[in-house]
Design a protein around this ligand. Sequence first.
Ligand SMILES: *[C@@H]1O[C@H](CO)[C@@H](O)[C@H](O)[C@H]1NC(C)=O
Ligand SMILES: *[C@@H]1O[C@H](CO)[C@@H](O)[C@H](O)[C@H]1NC(C)=O
Ligand SMILES: *[C@@H]1O[C@H](CO)[C@@H](O)[C@H](O)[C@H]1NC(C)=O
Ligand SMILES: *[C@@H]1O[C@H](CO)[C@@H](O)[C@H](O)[C@H]1NC(C)=O
Length: 478
Amino acid sequence: MPLARRLQLLRTRLFLAVRAAFVSNQVLFAFAGIFLRAHDSVLQLPDSSCTKTWCCLHLPAIWAHDSVELPDRSSNAMIRKTLLVACFASATGSGWVRRAHKRKQRNATRPQLQPVTSEDVSRYFARNDLDGLCAALRDHFSRTARQPGPLDGKLPLRDALVAKGAGAHYSSAYKLQHDVEQLQYVAARNASIAAYLNEHAVIERFQRVRRRIPPLDQLQRTNGLWAFRPEDTADIGDFYNRAIHVPDPQPVTPMLNAKSFADADARYRAGPFAIDDALTPAALDQIRSLLLESTVFFETKMPAVFGGYVGAIVEDGLHARALLELADALRRAMPETLGDHPLAYLWCYKYDSQYEGISVHADEAAVNLNIWLTPDDANLDPASGGLVVYTAKPPATATAEEYNQRGAEFADELLRSTDYENVTIPYRQNRIVVFDSALYHKTDSFRFREGYENRRINLTLLFGKMRRGHDAPAAGEL
Ligand SMILES: *[C@@H]1O[C@H](CO)[C@@H](O)[C@H](O)[C@H]1NC(C)=O
Ligand SMILES: *[C@@H]1O[C@H](CO)[C@@H](O)[C@H](O)[C@H]1NC(C)=O
Ligand SMILES: *[C@@H]1O[C@H](CO)[C@@H](O)[C@H](O)[C@H]1NC(C)=O
Ligand SMILES: *[C@@H]1O[C@H](CO)[C@@H](O)[C@H](O)[C@H]1NC(C)=O
């Protein structure tokens, strides 16, 4: 065979081979595209690979085609058209794959810059997407000014949090006292935290600021709140209301004692009631430790108005997986009561040892669950320390103004008309109080032993949307 003919054959074979590669490339792209679209996979194509493959495979194909001698002009034109269509399809295909890939990467790393709202919590719960909820809460929290260290580049604390007393510019004596006790508690249990606190003398800094705060009667203008002075900020600015230790252990299973929930749905229909021995011992231990250790109790109230208790909320650090699993387990344990009501809110309050009653209020939700976690022997008066639930609801006609701004006064008028008819449920560790969240209620006064671990802890879970009066839906801020 003459050399020229051999060369020509070689070129034709090369062309066919390249075209085969081209077609399989197409098929590959199509499958990769379908695969990427269909699965939430972790398929990772380096970003430039599509372009590179395109160049490697298509340019030689065109080159080979141009130099191949073909039998007649018509098939030549046909091949040209086929190639054009194929090139177009391939380019589109690779573009499509690349875009899908980019979208995927963006999704994987899309920063959760918006805070997670109560509606978001409900949406995730309604979809049973606890993973998604945890990830969103964690991601947003990890970008905020709560994280220790310099503030540059972090999301500032939202006004709504600052307005609730969870900012970083003022505090109260009891809040700093709580923080000192909590840091000492954590340091005794976690060597790396102890080392960090020692290195920066954090506890001493808190104690110094605590000592600068005058007694309550000298702080009447601010109802007991203390605005930080420059020397206070120099002392604790880098540490106050920061997420120094936020444990997130693997949740224990099971969370609940199934026996205790056997008739819970039926009892709910009859009015406010208590479930005793609700959590399994392992779950009780896990949840209580979490709430004792997590440095996410950022909220202080005005001491002169509300007394001493610090608060933590789900969208500002109180998002350990175990807490969300607990909410999920409760929904499953009371399908009739909570089945249609996803979790809307979760918060926790930790009290000073003595307490003289919070004002009467109702919470914007369908069902209200309160869990008590501190051991009974901390309670110095077993008949008190619990919750008073009144049998009256705000009427469906109550305006937002009556309901929110004039809350206590409005409630009092209403409660007087029912002669303060109430169900009073005394404090007991591992007891869950369940009631229609629209019912007016208040924490009973109490006396608990001194000491960090003896502080009364009250974990509140709110499910669903409130029904005021007769099933009237109500909107409102929590
Ligand atoms: C990316 O996220 C959006 C919204 O969260 C979703 O609609 C979309 O399907 C996601 N895309 C991929 C490729 O996962
Ligand atoms: C101590 O705390 C750190 C930071 O929160 C955590 O990563 C670590 O697991 C803790 N160690 C123990 C022994 O609990
Ligand atoms: C609850 O009702 C009882 C009467 O059943 C009444 O004596 C008591 O004062 C009420 N409690 C409150 C806190 O209103
Ligand atoms: C728990 O705390 C919340 C917020 O202060 C309050 O509404 C609720 O009555 C408290 N529950 C108990 C049982 O103390």
